[in-house]
Ligand binder design. Structure first.
Ligand code: 5AD
Ligand code: SF4
Length: 441
């Protein structure tokens, strides 16, 4: 008998992709993905606690699910991801109607763990780390009509930025082999995928953990020669590992899109040092200059943390000055949030919540101004758009992204989905652009 699976996903693209892998794995055990949680026989909550305190949200979600368990006692509820890794069996002590807690290295075991719960009715906790993360190569199914896909190229992180839980909860850095990744992208190309986004916590250090036979630039060149793939993106990058060889890929690999997400975190050298980031503001700006000279018009986005312990007014002003100098196309900004077990949790001189709130507002207002100005400057440009879907604004419009990763909505036939077209930009907003279809390439 077919059973139904519903997944809640919190967090970043990597978690979204992990959820796709979970769906693929469970499909083999007879679970079909459904959009209605009420119909599920298995509910998985895939958690993330990198940027925000996920615990409260997840507990509330679990609380709401209790009624389904009462109605359907055989329903299985599982929690995975960062929070599951962190809490382990404490999770079940706190939420007795939970059946399964699985850590970030245990996704591959899900079918066995679920089968065990179905057989015994007993809760299961599995959070050990493995030498090799066996879920890295699980191929997610491609939904009908989809033209973009994620590809995991590495997982974990060895950097230990002082505020970050990732190395503690996702384990040490591990890269997949170049051959394996290329094979996966070829399979995706065969399914009609036109754009791949290569995923890793720090893709710039790809290959280091497998003896540097191939680095990230080599991988980009290889993927750049796969027939059918038109666009390559990647996320996320660490400025300290952004080599000249990698920067040159933006002029050498035609399919590499002109966009880089390069988290700066702060404009203050003093704070960068306390964050264990291993670059200075001048070095960051020099990398940005190099990117812009090799690839004029490249879109640069970033992450910014405000209110790190010890961040004085002068440090915050340095962040604002840096933003004015670089003018990011967009940025995600966060209030510093303490994480147990990280080095920054031991630091004194904490910044008060209201100062953090004020600083965040200032950063976000400045970013909104820069983003809108950058978008407005694109009016009159002709852009190459890969059409991805029917527009969220209107059924008569279609939507896709520029190579610089900006969303464009424009009037056009749904049959253009999957095609690359030329579009004239005629209007600009905070989060998107409006275009007029010129040509189908
Ligand atoms: N507090 C606030 N922001 C954080 N990030 C990571 N850890 C924290 C934390 N403890 C942000 C960083 C990183 C992004 C993925 O999340 O800016 O680049
Ligand atoms: Fe966290 Fe730093 Fe690793 Fe990024 S590079 S995942 S911020 S430790």
């Amino acid at each position: 008998m077919q059973k139904n699976l519903f997944i809640y996903t919190f967090g970043c693209q990597m978690n979204v992709h992990d959820s796709e892998k979970i769906a693929a794995l469970m499909e083999k055990s007879g679970y079909a993905s459904v959009d209605d949680v009420g119909k599920a026989d298995l509910i998985i909550i895939n958690t993330c606690s990198v940027r925000e305190r996920a615990a409260q949200k997840v507990y509330s979600q679990l609380g709401r699910l209790k009624k389904f368990k009462k109605m359907k006692p055989k329903l299985i509820i599982g929690v995975g991801g960062c929070l599951a890794q962190q809490l382990g069996s404490k999770f079940i002590e706190r939420v007795p109607h939970l059946d399964l807690v699985f850590g970030t290295h245990n996704i591959h075991s899900l079918p066995d763990l679920i089968a065990k719960i179905e057989e015994t009715g007993q809760p299961v906790v599995r959070t050990e780390f493995h030498e090799e993360v066996k879920s890295l190569g699980i191929l997610a199914p491609t939904k009908n009509g989809k033209v973009t896909a994620y590809v995991t190229i590495m997982q974990g992180c060895n950097n230990f930025c002082s505020y970050c839980v990732v190395p503690h909860l996702r384990g040490k850095e591990e890269s997949r082999s170049l051959t394996e990744i290329v094979k996966e992208v070829e399979v995706l190309a065969g399914r009609g995928i036109k754009e791949v986004t290569l995923l890793g916590q720090n893709v710039n250090s790809y290959g280091r953990a497998i003896g540097n036979r191939h680095d990230f630039a080599d991988l980009l060149h290889e993927i750049g020669s796969i027939a059918g793939i038109e666009r390559i993106r990647f996320t996320t990058s660490h400025p300290k590992d952004l080599s000249d060889k990698l920067v040159c890929c933006f002029s050498e690999v035609d399919k590499l899109c002109e966009h880089i997400h390069l988290p700066v975190q702060t404009g203050s050298d003093r704070v960068l040092k306390m964050m264990n980031r291993y670059y200075t503001n001048a070095e960051y700006c020099e990398r940005v200059d190099k990117l812009r000279s090799i690839c004029p018009g490249i879109s640069i986005t970033s992450d910014i943390i405000v209110g790190f312990p010890g961040e004085a007014d002068g440090d915050f002003q340095a962040t604002i000055d840096m933003m004015g100098k670089i003018r990011f196309d967009n940025s995600f900004s966060f209030k510093y949030s303490e994480r147990d077990g990280t080095a920054a949790a031991e630091l004194g001189d904490k910044v008060s919540e209201c100062v953090k709130t004020d600083r965040l507002k200032i950063v976000q207002a400045l970013q909104e101004k820069h983003t809108l100005e950058k978008n407005e400057a694109m009016i009159g440009n002709t852009e190459e758009i890969l059409v991805e879907e029917i527009s969220k604004n209107s059924k008569e419009d279609i939507a896709g992204r520029t190579r610089t990763n900006k969303i464009v909505n424009f009037r056009g036939s749904h049959t253009l989905i999957g095609k690359t077209v030329s579009v004239l930009i005629i209007d600009a907003y905070q989060h998107s652009l409006k275009g007029r279809l010129l040509d189908v390439n």
